[in-house]
Design a protein around this ligand. Structure first.
Ligand SMILES: *Cc1c(COP(=O)(O)O)cnc(C)c1O
Length: 407
């Protein structure tokens, strides 16, 4: 497939060649895209960043793994994000290449051989996580007194759609021992946890911070950082969520309850919550066999999370009629379709039916909203299909589907 001509945007050059349109309808009309197109809504990315920068009672790190697209990173940086949770030398190189002033934190518990040393030497990384004594020993061997070593604890609970503690995190007794070892080494010490991804209630953070209190008490060590991780939710259709401020308040209160000293800085590592709403994904129906719709993207591409999230993640949509469709279809009636991706693999099919217009036609485009987190980030290049196209939508009426009543 050839690259389609992306020159239809207005003022393409200002942002690393990112084509700009007023709305997704304008982008579809100008591009008639045969390949999937990710649409960025800079205003929404900025608002999500501001919610954390103003509301979280501490330092906000963006977890790059949720969406490493350089345009996304630029918009978050422009909104004030200066700290980045990274898990690999590639992510660190990406961030430092774009923003030499940014601070990267190496927060993957299992690091590749030599990666921590390279991060330390070449990129000046001074914050590292460990959740096991063997990794801690490797870090202590390279650390200086300015280095923060942050011990990651387990945090489990039913609130999160995905747990991150069956293979990560030290239990309380081990965390206390490791923390004491960090303190004895003279390095800066911290504790961290991750309640899981897509956490639906702040109680998960409250419980984890209470466990932090117990570890501090038994280790008798002081910490300079308490990192409450990521997991903050995004409002996918059908999820009932407290407002983000309820999460921030719960974290602040729980930290006060355990008597966290004023000198200890809270940190958080949101991925999903910073990027989910600010990016949509335009796909095209390429073949319709009765109730089986082939899209130009699927579970090996941007729709992977629909496959693994047990239907907690579903995307709101709107449809743009394809070329030659008679006028704008009303799309009042819907039908439950099986959805296939474009690859030559029978497994490339969504595990549940998706409600789409009953009059959907081959050539129609579908804009999926809330497609900013874990979409392009998890996409493969299987069978030659890869995420390649981004546009920015910045007109006064730009709004992804599902966010506003008028959309
Ligand atoms: C994945 C991850 C995050 C981000 O998680 P979200 O649920 O996207 O907020 C933060 N920290 C660590 C260590 C992670 O692995």
């Amino acid at each position: 497939m050839s690259e389609f001509d992306m020159s239809g945007g207005r003022g393409a050059a200002s942002d690393g060649g990112l084509p700009r349109f007023a709305t997704s309808a304008d982008a579809v009309a100008a591009l008639a895209p045969a390949e999937p197109v990710y649409c960025l809504y800079p205003r929404l990315l900025g608002e999500a960043a501001q919610a954390f920068l103003q509301g979280f009672p501490g330092r906000t790190l963006y977890a790059v793994k949720a969406n490493p697209n350089p345009h996304v990173l630029r918009f978050l940086h422009a909104a004030g994000i200066r700290h980045f949770d990274t898990a690999s030398l590639d992510e660190i190189a990406l961030v430092k290449g774009l923003f030499p002033d940014a601070t990267c934190y190496f927060m993957a518990p299992g690091k590749l051989a030599g990666a921590a040393q390279t991060a330390f030497d070449r990129y000046g990384v001074r914050h590292f996580v460990a959740d096991h004594p063997s990794e801690l020993r490797r870090l202590l061997a390279i650390a200086d007194r300015d280095t923060a070593i942050i011990v990651r604890m387990k945090a489990v609970g039913p609130e999160a759609v995905y747990e991150l503690s069956s293979k990560f995190g030290a239990d309380e007794a081990q965390a206390a021992d490791m923390l004491a070892e960090v303190a004895a080494s003279g390095c800066r010490a911290g504790l961290a946890f991750n309640v899981g991804s897509l956490c639906r209630h702040p109680d998960a953070y409250r419980r984890a911070i209470a466990a932090v209190g117990r570890v501090l008490e038994s280790s008798k060590a002081a910490i300079e950082f308490l990192d409450v991780g990521g997991g903050f939710p995004a409002a996918y259709p059908g999820l009932e969520l407290p407002p983000m401020t309820a999460f921030f308040e719960a974290i602040g209160e729980a930290a006060a309850d355990i008597g966290l000293p004023a000198g200890c800085e809270l940190m958080c590592e949101p991925g999903r919550a910073l990027v989910a709403t600010g990016q949509s994904l335009i796909v095209q129906a390429i073949l319709i066999k009765d109730d089986l719709v082939f899209l130009n993207d699927g579970i090996y591409g941007g729709l992977k999370e629909l496959h693994i999230s047990d239907q907690s993640v579903v995307y709101p949509w709107r449809v743009f009629p394809g070329e030659g469709a008679a006028g704008g279809a009303a799309h009042r009636e819907t039908r439950r379709y099986l959805i296939s991706g474009p690859t030559c693999d029978t497994l490339d099919i969504l595990p549940f039916r998706v409600e789409l217009p009953a009059d959907l036609r081959e050539g129609d485009w579908i804009e999926f909203g809330m497609a900013g987190a874990y979409t392009n980030a998890m996409s493969t290049r299987f069978n030659g299909f890869a995420p390649r196209h981004w546009v920015a939508l910045d007109g006064p009426d730009a709004a992804p589907p599902g966010l506003y009543a008028s959309a």
